[in-house]
Design a protein. Structure first.
Length: 207
């Protein structure tokens, strides 16, 4: 059984998608060991509680220096014997000690088709604002492994979503979540849980 740590910063809609698809058996062979947020009031922690999943707040603000936070996060992941770390709207840079410890075992969902609209400064609504400002007709979401760069790790899955006339950033964000994020993040977890993919020469291959 693949043990997941889901890291979140906000409402936890992607977390809910994972929970739902574990419960309805769309995801097989995986369980959520812990939900970790950097914000004590993140609604994602309430979602975890509602499903009997342990939740923890580990915030950089609670530590005197960043190295102490980095170590606390790593120790928490190890204490839950985590196999896969899932970044589901986590707005904290993942420490390098965690990346090294969980190489090709950390995945992230990004609300664009990487390599477009990704990297430093592109997160949340900012991505969708940039898509609309550019006049793109198609956007989407990407699940990728996490490395030391920003949105630069090997791509696991992508799904395209059409931009429609009259879209606002909020409307587009909702469509990308509903049509792409909530589907491909659970799908990627299921592929990993069932040993269906591998990383070869920094590319994801199906087994």
């Amino acid at each position: 059984m693949l043990r997941l740590a889901v890291l979140v910063s906000g409402g936890g809609t992607n977390l809910q998608a994972i929970i739902d698809k574990i419960e309805n058996k769309t995801i097989n062979g995986a369980e959520i060991a812990v939900v970790i947020s950097n914000k004590k009031d993140a609604y994602a922690l309430e979602r975890a509680k509602n499903h009997g999943i342990e939740g923890k707040c580990i915030s950089p603000k609670d530590y005197g220096h960043r190295e102490a936070f980095n170590q606390a996060l790593l120790e928490a992941l190890e204490s839950y014997q985590v196999d896969l770390v899932v970044l589901a709207g986590y707005l904290v840079i993942v420490p390098e000690n965690v990346i090294r410890r969980y190489r090709n075992r950390i995945i992230n969902i990004h609300p664009s088709l990487i390599p477009s609209f990704c990297g430093d400064g592109y997160y949340g609504l900012k991505v969708h604002e940039a898509v609309l400002a550019k006049g793109n007709k198609v956007t989407g979401a990407t699940v990728h492994f996490v490395d030391e760069g920003t949105d630069t790790g090997p791509i696991i899955l992508q799904k395209a979503v059409h931009v429609e006339e009259g879209d606002t950033p909020e409307i587009l964000q909702k469509r990308v979540m509903e049509q792409a994020e909530w589907n491909i993040l659970p799908e990627a977890i299921n592929l990993i849980a069932n040993d269906k993919i591998e990383v070869v020469d920094n590319l994801v291959r199906r087994k």
